[in-house]
Design a protein around this ligand. Structure first.
Ligand code: GLA
Length: 380
């Protein structure tokens, strides 16, 4: 069962003996299609999921932030005056880093204290860190009466991640955690940050398929892919691959070295697939949407080379089921989760058979579950 408001309220009441004046929820995400496109100024199509970071809190009259983590069973605190890193360790750094990014953007912050809990699995590619950054931003916004603009706050969350935590991510995770819409996926243009909510085809369900594998080398491989994309853009005479069409690519592809050719082919075709996915989804066409998701996986596996044996095994098992329209790895890759679009009426059977098939093939115990699309960061 996903965490609910009553769970975090109960945690707060246990520590403070009364109900919290404020409860904040900021979700994790799963991306339907549009992978490794965000840092190329391209398109992504994620949904905010019913797994989230929760903070129950009360304002303080001083400049301190004091947080008890239910998951780590420890309290950490810091002062908003002259934020320092102290070696940057652990979950509190996401909160500190977000405070720093908000202050750096000129917001005046006031202190608060409370409890934090989350059920976005860590390191699974479902954006647990973005959920914590946006929960923090929302907490400061509520306590300090700051204006809430989802795109602005997402960029500050990203800045915390890039500059404080030191992970060079794009904008997708923070933006969907900030701007998600219940029952919809968001087609996001990562150049303008404009987003368009699109409802799911009737009778379908979205399934998260966690391989329960985690790969340590994700960061370096991710940075390497980013550099390769930059080099490819340079070759085409543009800043970002968003600005290369498939015709331009085809005309010059022969002059590229094999690796740059494959990396850029993925990004350019993935952008086209993502826009196409929104078009077919608006028509309620689950079959075409599933097909695009399948093609995305093949492209990530063969051309962008960010899949893994476990992810491929999960995707293969998912696709064996008659209720599956399409399945692909989701997030940065190298481990973590896949996502599938399925016939909702066959959900139980799909979950059971895909889990069993994957476990039999790999020996790993997966976590496979239907998820629902929720709103972005807000007071609840
Ligand atoms: C990670 C990053 C995102 C995005 C995806 C790949 O989740 O945080 O910005 O680049 O990988 O699509």
């Amino acid at each position: 069962m996903p965490l609910a408001k009553k769970d975090i309220v109960q945690q707060y009441v246990e520590r403070y003996g009364q109900e919290p004046p404020l409860v904040i929820r900021a979700p994790g995400r799963v991306n339907l299609i549009g992978e490794h496109t965000d840092y190329n100024d391209g398109f992504v199509f994620p949904l905010a999921i019913n797994r989230a970071a929760w903070i129950a809190l009360k304002p303080r009259s001083d400049n301190k932030v004091v947080v008890y983590s239910v998951d780590y069973k420890e309290t950490k605190e810091f002062s908003l005056d002259g934020l320092t890193t102290n070696g940057k360790e652990g979950w509190i750094e996401y909160i500190k880093g977000t405070a720093w990014a908000l202050q750096d953007a000129g917001y005046k912050l006031s202190g608060w204290e409370g409890v934090l809990a989350g059920d976005v699995p860590l390191g699974a590619g479902l954006s647990s860190s973005a959920s914590l950054e946006l929960a923090t931003a929302r907490a400061f916004a509520s306590v300090g009466n700051l204006p809430w603009d989802a795109a602005v706050m997402a960029k500050l969350g990203q800045k915390a991640e890039n500059k404080w935590v030191g992970v060079n991510c794009g904008i997708m995770d923070q933006l969907i955690s900030a701007a998600g819409k219940a029952d919809h996926a968001l087609l996001i243009d990562c150049r303008t940050l404009a987003s368009e909510p699109v409802p799911f085809p009737a009778g379908t369900a979205i399934v998260v398929l966690d391989t329960s594998t985690r790969r340590g080398l994700v960061d370096s491989a991710y940075n390497e892919r980013r550099s390769q994309c930059e080099a490819a853009a340079k070759f085409f005479g543009v800043k970002v691959l968003r600005d290369v069409t498939i015709d331009q690519f085809n005309a010059k592809a022969g002059e590229l070295d094999e690796m740059t050719r494959r990396r850029s082919k993925h990004v350019i075709t993935e952008n086209d697939r993502t826009e196409a996915a929104a078009v077919v989804m608006k028509k309620g066409d689950a079959v075409s949407l599933g097909k695009l998701m399948n093609e995305s996986h093949e492209s990530l596996r063969d051309d962008f080379e960010v899949s893994s044996d476990a992810l491929n095994a999960m995707v293969d098992n998912a696709r064996k089921h008659p209720g599956c329209y399409g399945a692909r790895m989701t997030g940065a890759g190298f481990g973590g989760c896949a996502v599938a679009l399925i016939d909702a009426a066959q959900a139980d059977d799909f979950v059971a058979k895909t889990s069993a098939g994957y476990e039999a093939q790999t020996g790993n115990k997966p976590a496979v579950y239907v998820c629902t699309a929720t709103d972005g960061a807000k007071e609840v």
